[in-house]
Ligand binder design. Structure first.
Ligand SMILES: [Zn+2]
Length: 230
């Protein structure tokens, strides 16, 4: 079986449409491994939301999202109990709610579809206002990920596929001026495909592939992007 691993982050983020979306949904219905990966990616996004300042959602919206998330994140045949952790009860990042609206609207087959266009329009406005989305592209090749940049200094790096076996992704910030201008500073690393980094004070964020445990300086840089407004 060929697993659409590189499409799963896009699926979770609500990016897929048409045949791509259909093929992923068909695959997910028959592949527990990929369903687990989707659940893991969703959890990463939602746990990230817990660290963020409160934001307003229309009354009842979060409860509806949570109800659908619980259903969609746990495979039907799972023996694990359905549960929603207390930390997931409050909306903290409007963009995540927006993503959840899209993902859950597309992803939930067994429950009533999400059919509130005005609320989806509101979610789109939130996304436009609060989060800048930057493609991470290696020179002359396909995008290798997406950077979601929030104005409060936090950003989410979502890579399109896991790093090669035994290696990790490492994020680097570079200052635009001063005595340390251009010197890469490690912002964090991940053995998976999602990481949160603080970008305050840096003019660009780069991603490299490194041996497990990371490196003091980038050894296999994939590419970097200038930060919005820097
Ligand atoms: Zn699969």
């Amino acid at each position: 079986m060929t697993h659409p691993t590189e499409l799963l982050p896009g699926y979770v983020l609500g990016d897929l449409t048409g045949p791509e979306l259909e093929s992923v949904e068909t695959h997910l219905s028959g592949c527990a491994d990929c369903r687990a990966e989707v659940a893991r990616l969703r959890d990463a996004l939602f746990s990230l939301a817990d660290d963020l300042p409160d934001a307003a959602l229309p009354s009842g919206a979060w409860q509806r999202l949570q109800a659908r998330r619980t259903v969609s994140a746990v495979p039907r045949r799972s023996h694990r109990p359905l549960s929603v952790a207390p930390r997931l009860q409050r909306p903290r990042w409007p963009w995540l709610a927006a993503a959840a609206v899209v993902v859950l609207a597309l992803g939930v087959i067994t429950t009533r579809p999400f059919t509130e266009p005005s609320q989806q329009a509101t979610a789109a406005q939130w996304e436009a206002q609060s989060v800048r989305r930057v493609m991470l592209t290696a020179q002359g090749s396909e995008p290798f990920g997406t950077l979601f940049v929030r104005p409060d200094g936090q950003a989410l790096v979502v890579l399109t596929r896991p790093a090669p076996t035994g290696q990790v992704y490492q994020a680097w910030g570079r200052r635009g001026n001063g005595p340390d201008a251009g010197v890469p500073v490690s912002l964090g690393l991940t053995g998976g495909t999602v990481m949160q980094v603080g970008w305050r004070g840096y003019a660009s964020v780069g991603i490299s592939v490194e041996p497990a445990g990371g490196s003091p300086a980038p050894t296999q840089p994939l590419g970097r992007v200038a930060l919005p407004g820097s």
